[in-house]
Design a protein around this ligand. Structure first.
Ligand SMILES: *Cc1c(COP(=O)(O)O)cnc(C)c1O
Length: 403
């Protein structure tokens, strides 16, 4: 008997800061028969996506692709470079930095965690001081999260590199760009990162299931003597076969079709345009939040994330009840507050496959939800965003040349 299920009309708005909305082009690319990953056709695909990812990381260095979530690529970064008992310095920027720390400890590393208030990025000066005081050169790596997805705060990775160099310290620099790669400017080579960790489901616009390491020559050298046990994550086997476009075990073939398409989209738009688009949508979102009279979690304007905005709920109001209202009334998912921010913040994802009108729809859903849920706020947030978007509007990159 029809209908079996009721269907909400229109698209669901997946405005969590990852996974993000997957473009139709990418979905269609994935929807093809799986091919022999050791056959002649596959090698070309493998070579193309590995080369394309180097452009995204802005690197000439090796890039590794895992069939795994971002967490797997975190583990790969550590087990390929570290030995049991090694000391690593990490910055407490929020929930994701805390999870990476927990993983490092579980793997048998000694973590020094520089305390943070979850409203600021990593502090390069504090890192420099700690490294300068490390006479025995016991710290083997400095690990920072570029875009802390729990808070909407970015860390200045180039400044962290300068801090390590200023201390004359040999520690490796490892960076989590899981929610920034493909949406926020990130330069593996120029900023001197040794291992950069990324994932498929945020700025890269793919479904979850792929993750990445970009690996500097120095990190590769460290991997030769690193003694943590590893097998699945071993860079060596990957790098031995990747130049021919193949993988040592079955890759996520269909996700690689999608990656090829996503690379075409991002590189076709131009990375500079992609980054500018995200910065502009971040600014429009913050203008809306301020007009509502709500507080942005990130405290320093130079650390505002172009990919998401975390918004503090007014005292006595539940962020989760508000999010539930938005979901049930407007079919939009907003990001929840994580661990110590649970129920205190909601997060608006404005990254990935996103344009001015997607942002307008997103902010409209937030403003209507605030009203519906009885959250004290001023009207006019959406209007403030519209004004900014209209003032700063330019032809789409694909239309700029058109007459
Ligand atoms: C999403 C995210 C992770 C976790 O990645 P998974 O794909 O869920 O394993 C780690 N770090 C940051 C900054 C993230 O945004």
């Amino acid at each position: 008997m029809l209908p079996l299920h009721s269907h909400p009309s229109g698209r669901h708005f997946l405005q969590i800061p990852g996974p993000t909305n997957v473009p139709d082009r990418v979905l269609r690319a994935i929807d093809h028969p799986t091919i022999d990953h050791r056959g002649p056709e596959f090698g070309e695909l493998g070579k193309a996506v590995l080369a394309g990812m180097k452009k995204i990381f802005q690197t000439e260095a090796d890039v590794i692709i895992y069939p795994a979530s971002g967490t797997g690529a975190w583990e790969a970064a550590l087990v390929n470079t570290m030995s049991p008992g090694n000391k690593v310095l990490m910055a407490e920027t929020g929930h994701f930095a805390t999870l990476w720390k927990r993983m490092a400890e579980r793997l048998g590393l000694q973590v020094e965690f520089q305390a943070g208030d979850w409203r600021h990025g990593a502090d390069p000066e504090q890192i420099r001081k700690r490294l300068a005081a490390d006479d025995g050169r016991e710290i083997k790596a400095v690990c920072v999260v570029h875009n802390e997805t729990a808070t909407g705060v970015i860390s200045d990775v180039a400044a962290v590199r300068k801090a390590i160099d200023a201390a004359g310290h040999p520690a490796l620099l490892m960076v989590d760009t899981i929610s920034s790669l493909g949406s926020i400017d990130y330069r593996h080579d120029e900023w001197g990162a040794d291992v950069t960790v990324a994932g498929s489901q945020k700025g890269m616009m793919l479904p979850p299931g792929l993750s990445f390491n970009a690996v500097s020559a120095k990190a590769l050298e460290a991997s030769k003597t690193a003694a943590l046990p590893r097998s699945y994550w071993d860079w060596k086997e990957m790098l031995a076969i990747n130049p021919r476009g193949y993988f040592p075990y079955t890759p996520a073939t269909n996700l690689l079709y999608g990656l090829y398409e996503a690379l075409e989209m991002l590189l076709g738009e131009g990375l500079e345009n992609v980054f500018a688009r995200h910065r502009r949508h971040g600014e429009a979102t913050r203008r809306a939040v301020r007009a509502w009279g709500l507080e942005i979690l990130c405290q320093k304007p130079e650390e505002y994330s172009p990919a998401l905005t975390a918004v503090l709920m007014p005292e006595g109001h539940s962020a989760d009840a508000f999010r539930k209202t938005v979901l049930t009334h407007y079919d939009m998912s907003l990001g929840q507050g994580l661990s110590k921010l649970a129920d205190k913040v909601f997060r608006i994802g404005h990254l990935g496959d996103f344009n001015d009108l997607t942002l307008c729809g997103t902010l409209s859903g937030v403003e209507m939800g605030l009203k519906q849920a009885g959250v004290p706020h001023n009207a006019g947030g959406v209007q403030a965003a519209l004004d900014y978007l209209a003032q700063t509007s330019r032809p789409r990159p694909d239309q700029a040349q058109a007459r």
